[in-house]
Design a protein around this ligand. Structure first.
Ligand code: AHR
Length: 490
């Protein structure tokens, strides 16, 4: 068995791991909002004000800190006034991006804030810069956050919400280099400056404005954008990067059937997230030396070919132990970059792409990804602690990659917590740790393709783990192949 050492320096606290790194994203796409989260008050599926009880409870179980809405590409076609007022009178429209289905606007601004109330999470709203006007965006902010006398505040009150809501996170355009208007960075940056001017801070509400940042490795976008945007225009820029097993958008690969080589390519592509954050970070440091502008990875996750027999525009896919490894790798990377990355949002919360939760009618399952989010909860708002490891390699058909990813944090009560993913499909790894492990948990499966299915017992879940021993202030823990392991330390 291969072995290595984890050396934790508990005296070196590096940065705070914002709990918002554990954020989610819910778009008007396929069965994410409609059917997955919102079923309406008259549904037979148990709900509170239209929100599925089972899904809300599951998202609360993983302590969802923030939820991004209404898109995605949908955001730049969304006109918020269509989604307020009497539901029977709301406009129906075609969701041209996603499946060409009718959007009846029954889930709008009020429903979103009600959802966040039930989830006890922060709202993160993406405003429409692509096809909406400055006035429309400005009025939406006024509608949501202004407490005085004004046309929009009066309209909100007439629609049943007396008090303004609290709204911090506000995105101005989504993927403006693509579905959000196919803009060049110079043009978008100027438009951004204009739109953000009219997104006001009313009363004590302070917006945290997010500009559309790069697609994957488009370093030119970041450079040009931050030549034009200054910290007084924006608090953060976004990064979107998806894991595509083949690296080819044409034939992405299947969610549940894949070869070992495809698995390793998937992990290799996932680990690129570290390089992307580092390199965009270098440009950010050059353009904003004081580091005031932060990075928000507000779309990440696996993107596979859609499940056979489902609407191709709905992006529905199953979720296996491979997804759990991908989630753990990404979350460890975000933790280790928590000086710069202040939020991340997995795409998407329910029934779309790499979802923690899948539903089928009234049934719901928790995916392997769900259990990774549950396992990582102790990292929320903890301090990243310096830790060092010589990482062994995993190899397959000429693909070499680090077999392990890890992060270590200290919570407010002084307890240490570590998470490690063993990405190898055939080698257990023994890890020596310079502190005493008090308890451990594991997510693993016989094969990376194992998943949880409707109507069947759970194959992948979070379990207590006893594969460690303690002596003389140190520990040795076995990290089984294809597993995610966490441990608490004294
Ligand atoms: O998450 C699905 C889509 O991926 C989003 O709508 C878009 O922003 C991205 O291209």
């Amino acid at each position: 068995m291969k072995s290595t050492k984890l050396k934790i320096d508990r005296n070196q606290k590096l940065s705070k791991i914002s709990r918002n790194i554990y954020g989610h994203f819910a778009e008007h796409l396929g069965r994410c909002i409609y059917g997955g989260i919102y079923v309406g008050e008259d549904s037979d599926i148990p709900n509170v004000n239209g929100m599925r009880k089972d899904v809300v409870q599951a998202l609360r179980e993983i302590k969802i800190p923030v939820l991004r809405w209404p898109g995605g590409c949908f955001a730049d076609e969304y006109h918020w006034k269509d989604g307020i007022g009497k539901k029977s009178q709301r406009k129906k429209m075609i969701n041209t991006h996603w499946g060409g289905v009718v959007e009846d606007n029954s889930f709008g601004t009020h429903e979103f804030f009600e959802l966040c109330r039930q989830l006890d999470c922060e709202p993160y709203i993406a405003g429409n810069l692509g096809s909406g006007t400055v006035q429309e965006m400005s009025e939406w902010v006024e509608y949501m956050t202004f407490g005085g006398v004004s046309p929009m505040a009066e309209l909100r009150k007439r629609n049943g919400q007396e008090e303004p809501w609290k709204l911090k996170y506000f995105g101005i355009g989504n993927e403006s280099w693509g579905c959000g208007g196919n803009m060049r960075p110079e043009y978008y940056a100027d438009e951004y400056r204009r739109y953000q001017t009219y997104c006001r801070n009313y009363g004590d509400n302070r917006l945290y404005k997010v500009a559309c940042g790069p697609n994957a490795d488009d370093y030119g976008w970041t450079d040009k954008l931050l030549e034009i945007l200054k910290p007084w225009h924006t608090d953060a820029i976004s990064l979107h990067y998806y894991t595509i097993p083949t690296g080819d958008w044409g034939v992405k690969g299947k969610a549940t059937e894949f070869t070992d080589e495809e698995y390793y390519r998937t992990i290799l592509h996932t680990l690129r997230m570290d390089e992307l954050i580092t390199k965009h970070g270098e440009i950010m440091d050059k353009r904003d030396p004081e580091g005031k502008i932060k990075l928000i990875v507000d779309e990440w996750g696996c993107w596979f070919d859609v499940e056979e027999g489902t609407n191709p525009g709905f992006l529905y896919q199953q979720n296996t132990m491979r997804d759990a490894i991908v989630a753990a790798c990404n979350l460890n990377i975000f933790n280790n970059h928590s000086d710069r990355v202040t939020m991340a949002n997995i795409a998407q919360a329910v029934n779309v792409l790499q979802s923690p939760i899948l539903t089928d009618g009234a049934d719901m399952i928790k995916t392997p990804t769900f259990y990774v989010f549950k396992m990582f909860c102790p990292h929320h708002d903890a301090e990243l602690v310096k830790a060092q490891m010589d990482i062994p390699e995993a190899r397959c058909n000429g693909i070499n990659l680090p077999a392990l990813t890890y992060s270590v944090s200290e919570s407010k009560d002084g307890s240490l917590f570590a998470t490690v993913s063993n990405c190898s499909l055939d080698e257990d790894i023994q890890l020596e740790v310079n502190a005493e492990i008090t308890s451990a948990q594991i997510i693993t499966a016989e094969k990376a393709s194992v998943f949880n299915d409707f109507g069947k017992p759970e194959n992948v879940a979070l379990k207590d783990y006893s594969g460690f021993s303690v002596s003389n202030g140190g520990s040795v823990i076995t990290l089984p192949k294809c597993s995610v392991v966490s441990f608490d330390l004294k």
